[in-house]
Design a protein around this ligand. Structure first.
Ligand SMILES: CCC/C=C/C(=O)SCCNC(=O)CCNC(=O)[C@H](O)C(C)(C)COP(=O)([O-])OP(=O)([O-])OC[C@H]1O[C@@H](n2cnc3c(N)ncnc32)[C@H](O)[C@@H]1OP(=O)([O-])[O-]
Ligand SMILES: Cc1cc2nc3c(=O)[nH]c(=O)nc-3n(C[C@H](O)[C@H](O)[C@H](O)COP(=O)(O)OP(=O)(O)OC[C@H]3O[C@@H](n4cnc5c(N)ncnc54)[C@H](O)[C@@H]3O)c2cc1C
Length: 684
């Protein structure tokens, strides 16, 4: 997996041709595949955007998987230094091979990189994920012509240095300064305090030669806020930090062990005036400042990254459910009837209730990622034509969805791990890497609570606009519609209607947004300043933003099924998954639907009963649904989620490779145990 590289499209294939034919498939898994009511390959093609795209993806993946230069021992058996070194080695090979294989198309490059990095971070992740996008978005034409070829050809390696020891969220509070000196036509970059040290940027500790640095711009004695500057950090001759620059690795973290997240300090470092990225705002040679057409254009790299992370989360969650569902099909536990084979754990209702909501969410988020990526491209094109009208909408949408999907994704990966019992805790399961790679998505690129509050801020403004009867953007148009009285469902079959389900989420979102707006108004009415009212209303605001995102995802899932051509069999299973996603969501948030009487207890009973019934529909197709994600074993990197289901053999083989098993008797026996035991013996 490569964080910050859109990889959701990486999925499908005909099982026969793509997965090497195993000598023996676990009979339980085979039975599941034989019983499925749809052909997973069709769903694979759908998710990839067509058979051609599936085939192209598989070709890209195979190029990486079959390349002997990219092979290495399991990273679980490597220490951190070795992991970092291996990641850099691979990043360099990947760059060379991309050229050799003539992978010029961006999507193909991403697919190749994703397959080559497998379940580790990509050694040039920040270079491609943020440095290049920041240059593309923030350089003027002349700067682009200079810097982009250097970066694209890896003559320089970059990172994105924004966060400081003292501030990550509140970026207006960042302390690094860039003071313009018109005498020399240079900016002087400086770290005035300990808390101003740049802290966290990926690939900065040991790899990067350059950084896009976010610093407070001062010119003619006036402060103009945060602006991006390109700064050389290390010599291109010997990689030593340049004079005035302090650099290092921030040490081990929860995960990201192959990544050199770093710290950076400046001691009055001078850079040429033209190293300020000047697409949107400029400083003239004599120090005159020209402001951007939109105050928040400096933040655009983060918006792009948040959009990408929705795809990354969908991808990781798809991997987690693939592992857990396949394993649950081959794992048997607890005799129910004496002498009769123990059931597959997938047959336990509790197991289904753990896994199927996340299986449904993985599909829901995948389709959502298609839509938000499409919207991002539209807005980007508008912005390239100088129209900034939709930037606020895109910010609100991407911030909210990044937070909503990553909360669910992180939780889902952990639930999937737990659903695999003890073996889920082993590195062999793939879960530790998957979890720790995905966990920081809730924090980086905007901490999730803060991001939901940004969405809430936008929704509050929309609620006011709607109240005034003014026009709203499409994705919040529902806020200007009147609340519907009560959910019209009379029986279970009414509750399976996609329109009705989407209406229920729409109703909930509208109610919670309006309620939050009213709470804000009444708080301000009591004489509280805006920021106090805002803090007092956090719980309403957070709920409103989350309900809005939930509605967006349900609506997107429904629309995807309605608008996309597919066979009846695939439509049938996606329909069930979508119904399950929505009904389970209602069940889990029942209070919200009951609170204003939109639903009643009787309807909630029916919702619960349908959740139970849909478990059966999904159960029979569960393995095929995860097969359709089309992860090759080499990409999934899990002994529990192997396509052939031969889990125990794989685990045993893997454990034998543990470095502790290199010798029968470990050194520590002679050093510590033997003296201890022999002296105890003497005493006995
Ligand atoms: C491999 C991993 C790599 C990881 C990398 C990283 O983590 S990199 C580091 C990642 N770091 C982070 O992600 C840091 C997270 N923090 C932030 O992004 C910002 O500090 C903030 C958005 C929380 C507040 O910013 P603030 O105090 O400047 O703003 P405010 O709240 O006072 O609102 C004022 C107005 O601005 C609007 N607006 C805001 N953002 C945007 C936008 N992007 N676009 C458009 N508009 C935007 C907002 O809607 C509001 O509009 P209104 O209502 O006036 O019309
Ligand atoms: C693995 C990893 C990689 C990273 N890579 C990079 C990188 O490449 N470049 C880079 O510049 N940065 C990077 N970061 C930093 C990251 O972007 C920040 O950590 C992130 O933006 C969160 O900011 P913070 O650490 O200041 O959290 P804080 O804001 O200190 O969050 C702490 C708590 O305070 C709460 N809080 C803060 N403000 C508010 C508020 N206004 N209202 C309500 N609650 C609030 C939060 O909800 C949270 O619960 C990385 C971080 C990690 C973990």
């Amino acid at each position: 997996m490569i964080v910050l590289f859109n990889c959701t499209c990486a999925v499908p294939t005909t099982m026969d041709s793509f997965h090497p034919v195993p000598v023996k498939v676990n009979p339980d898994l085979q039975k599941e595949r034989d019983a499925a009511l749809f052909n997973p390959v069709e769903l694979t093609y759908l998710k990839d955007g067509g058979k051609d795209k599936t085939e192209r993806r598989r070709r890209c993946e195979l190029l990486a998987i079959n390349d002997p230069d990219l092979q290495h021992k399991d990273i679980s058996f490597m220490a951190r230094n070795e992991r970092y070194s291996n990641a850099v080695r691979k990043a360099v090979i990947i760059a060379r091979k991309i050229k050799e294989h003539r992978l010029t198309n961006m999507e193909e490059k991403q697919l190749y990189i994703s397959a080559a990095t497998q379940y580790d971070t990509y050694g040039f992740g920040l270079h491609y994920g943020m440095f290049l996008p920041a240059l593309s978005a923030q350089c003027d034409e002349e700067q682009r012509n200079y810097w982009l070829p250097l970066a694209e050809n890896l003559k320089i390696l970059g990172t994105y240095a924004q966060t400081e020891l003292g501030h990550g969220t509140f970026i207006r509070g960042l302390e690094t300064t860039a003071i313009y000196d018109p005498k020399t036509e240079e900016f002087v970059l400086h770290t005035p305090t300990l808390s101003a040290l740049k802290w966290w940027p990926g690939n900065m500790g040991k790899t990067a030669t350059h950084a896009v640095v976010l610093a407070q711009l001062y010119t003619n004695g006036k402060s103009y806020g945060l602006h991006p500057f390109i700064v050389q950090l290390r010599s291109l001759e010997n990689h030593q930090p340049l004079p005035g620059i302090t650099l290092g690795d921030i040490g081990p973290k929860l995960g990201f062990h192959s990544f050199d997240n770093g710290f950076l300090g400046f001691d009055h470092v001078r850079i040429p005036r033209r190293n300020m990225l000047m697409k949107y705002s400029q400083v003239s040679p004599d120090g005159f400042y020209i402001k951007p057409i939109h105050a928040k254009l400096t933040y655009s790299t983060m918006v792009e990254a948040r959009v990408t992370l929705v795809s990354d989360i969908a991808y990781s969650l798809s991997q987690a459910v693939t592992i857990a569902v396949r394993y649950s099909a081959v794992r048997r536990q607890t005799e129910q009837i004496k002498g009769v084979k123990e059931p597959q754990i997938l047959d336990y209702r509790t197991q289904q209730l753990k896994l199927f909501p996340y299986l449904a969410a993985a599909y829901a988020f995948t389709f959502t990622s298609f839509v938000i990526t499409g919207r991002y491209i539209e807005v980007q094109n508008e912005m390239n034509d100088g129209n900034m009208e939709s930037l606020s909408e895109l910010h609100a949408l991407s911030a909210g969805l990044k937070a909503f999907t990553s909360y669910v994704g992180n939780e889902g990966i952990e639930v999937c791990r737990l659903s695999c019992g003890g073996h889920g805790y082993s590195q062999a399961s793939g879960f530790p890497e998957l979890y720790t790679l995905t966990a920081p998505i809730s924090t980086f690129e905007g901490e999730n609570t803060v991001m939901l509050l940004q969405t809430a801020r936008y929704l509050m403004k929309c609620a006011t606009t709607a109240k005034r009867g003014l026009e709203l953007p499409r994705f919040v148009l529902y806020l200007s519609q009147r609340q519907k009285g009560q959910c019209p469902a009379r029986n279970e079959s009414d509750l399976l209607d996609h329109g009705l389900l989407s209406d229920a989420f729409e109703h909930r979102a509208r109610r919670l947004v309006i309620e939050a707006a009213q709470k804000m108004q009444s708080n301000i009415g009591k004489g509280n300043p805006q920021h106090v009212a805002w803090n007092n209303c956090h719980m309403y605001l957070l709920k409103a933003a989350s309900a809005h995102c939930h509605f967006y995802v349900v609506q997107t899932f429904v629309k995807y099924i309605n608008d996309t051509e597919m066979s009846d069999a695939v439509r049938d299973i996606l329909t069930s998954l979508c119904q399950f996603y929505a009904l389970h969501g209602i069940w889990q948030n029942a209070g919200d639907f009951l609170q204003d009487g939109y639903m009643n207890g009787n309807q909630l009973d029916m919702v619960q009963s349908l959740v139970g019934k849909l478990l059966d529909k999904i159960r029979i197709n569960a393995v095929a649904l995860v097969d359709a994600f089309d992860f090759r074993d080499e990409i999934l990197c899990s002994k529990l989620g192997k396509y052939d289901g031969n889990v125990y053999e794989a685990m045993y083989e893997w454990a034998k490779n543990s470095p502790l098993n290199k010798t029968e008797v470990h050194d520590s026996y002679n050093k510590y145990l033997r003296p201890l035991m022999q002296s105890s013996k003497a005493k006995l």
